[in-house]
Design a protein around this ligand. Sequence first.
Ligand code: NAD
Length: 376
Amino acid sequence: MVPSVKIAIAGETQTGERRVAVVPGLVSRLTGKGYEVAVEPGAGKPAGFTDDEYRDAGATVDEDALVGAGVVLSVQPLSPSQVPALAPGAITISFLPTAQHLDYVRAVRDAGHTALAMELVPRISRAQAMDALSSQAFVAGYRAALVAAERLPRLFPLSMTASGTIPPAKVLVLGAGVAGLQAIATARRLGAVVRAYDVRAASAEEVRSLGAEFVDLELPTLEGAGGYAREMTEDRSRLQRERLAPHVADADVLITTAAVPNRVAPVLVTADMVAAMRPGSVVVDLAAESGGNVEGAKPGEEVTVGDVSVWGARNVPSDLPAQASQLYGTNVVNLLLLMHTDEGLTPNFDDEIIAGACVTHGGEIRHEPTRDLLAP
Ligand code: NAD
């Protein structure tokens, strides 16, 4: 039997965050191992889950869920003022973009807590069921295609009717990773003709397997470590933009998803390229929050460039909060239970998943880039 540990599911106080860290259906995976689960009142409401559903699943609903908690699960990091309430040596698991949350990092370090960041989980095969970047990108990619379809003042599918034939909409997707592939699949299901480009050679086959055409710009591939892209040189970037320009101009919809780890998103499309699209065309920039792939895109806003509508993404998985939470919660619970032993929850730093995801432990900052940010 594990020692009594309270696992708290925090309500999300951050504006616009509708996801919850653990959905009711996952509570039994924790109580089944002997843990007590306490949920802040209303924590699941924005995602569509009631307090009663958590109670029925075996959790308690408690205003003071965080007080004395040995584990806190959340989507966004807690605020520094919430940290002192936790039990000594508590474990916190959330997304934790440390550069934007240095006060929180200081607070958990000084309290001696173990903070794990979901975006730092190494993207190795064994960690796939804990890969929240992928699960949330999957949701965002789907939503990107729907946002575009809803805004485009045209039908997506080829339609042959007694009143005439309507040609299919043309969708161009830049960046064919997890989100891009899901955007391609969704646009294809809606009947659009889809083309896609990515700097990684491996993506061409994946694009074709979804019934889309891979755009060959006859440029060298940019494969980096761990299946990710590398950053472009300025020369390569200019050439890529020049060769992409006619494909962008020919598209009714442009969806961009390109990212390079630990870098600002590359600008793939200039405002001039957008303005050259047909009036009424739609651009969805899923990378808007991390700098933007499209010049002029603003996160959380829809702007007009020429006669083209440019939709800048902001926290898109929150637009589909129940299922985004279900997937995220599965990732979080899997990561937490990786630390489960008969003696309770014990982070094992010989495990590259725990070592990779850990930001603070035992009063130290273990994540080197964050340590550098806080160096005097
Ligand atoms: P990401 O979000 O970092 O980037 C999205 C896409 O943008 C990537 O496909 C990248 O190649 C592309 N890109 C970057 N710069 C570009 C540019 N200048 N022009 C066009 N495209 C550009 O990546 P992601 O979607 O999280 O993952 C990418 C790949 O990593 C996956 O497709 C997969 O092969 C691999 N991956 C592996 C695992 C695993 O093994 N567990 C997990 C996740 C991802």
